[in-house]
Design a protein around this ligand. Structure first.
Ligand code: IMP
Length: 199
């Protein structure tokens, strides 16, 4: 069976391929299928709404079972901002360095540094049925960027139980801790029987 992954973000694709390797399931990325809409407008006010929107639009355009994710950072002292605006926190187009600089300015002098990453994964079937699962990772925002790996807010985020940022951890370790890792494992558990019917 073929499963379309509704993202053009190669960092996310790598994480999804590492975790979502189910027997007899072929994963293809949106980039590999000509004629799909470029980017789906993420204008819902929840991660769930955006993930479902992406999965439904690319499923309808491709006719394939489609998996989509929406994710972002919630910072306690900022009333859970940037949330669904995480990618465009410092404006469009998405600029990771500018987003990190804006976050550090917003938290200047703030002692409560608690934050969490959240990820919602949506699965849409060609007959229109759709489901979601989620995952989260609690941690804190440090005061300057550290590390080279990953993307987005990784250089500023230290997960609970670690003293390293996501950017200082290698990707396999990040996957065991991350919101997307948790959500993908939940997705694989919940949907394995449908996605590998003949395995
Ligand atoms: P989206 O799910 O593509 O809309 O991504 C939202 C934004 O959240 C990304 O552009 C990143 O800024 C941030 N984000 C989501 N997941 C991660 C992660 O694992 N590490 C760092 N930043 C992330």
């Amino acid at each position: 069976m073929t499963l379309l992954i509704a993202t053009r973000n190669h960092h996310k694709l790598d994480e999804i391929r590492q975790i979502f390797a189910l027997p007899s399931l072929r994963l293809i990325a949106a980039d590999e299928l000509p004629g799909l809409p470029d980017d789906v407008v993420e204008d819902a006010d929840t991660f769930e709404g955006n993930a479902l929107k992406k999965a439904r639009e690319l499923c309808a355009a491709s006719g394939l079972w489609t998996l989509a994710d929406d994710s972002g950072l919630e910072v306690a002292a900022l009333d859970n901002a940037p949330g669904v605006f995480s990618a465009r926190y410092a404006g469009e187009p998405c600029d990771y360095a500018a987003n990190n600089a804006k976050l550090l300015r917003a938290l200047d002098g703030v002692t409560d540094r608690r934050a969490r990453f959240r990820c919602v994964i949506a699965l849409c079937a060609p007959d229109g049925r759709a489901w979601t699962v989620d995952g989260r990772c609690e941690g804190r925002i440090i005061t300057e960027t550290r590390g080279e790996n990953g993307f987005g807010y990784d250089p500023l985020f230290v997960p609970d139980g670690s003293d390293k940022t996501f950017s200082e951890l290698d990707s396999a370790v990040k996957n065991t801790l991350s919101h997307r890792g948790h959500a993908l494992r939940n997705a694989a558990d919940a949907w394995r029987a449908w996605l590998t019917p003949h395995a």
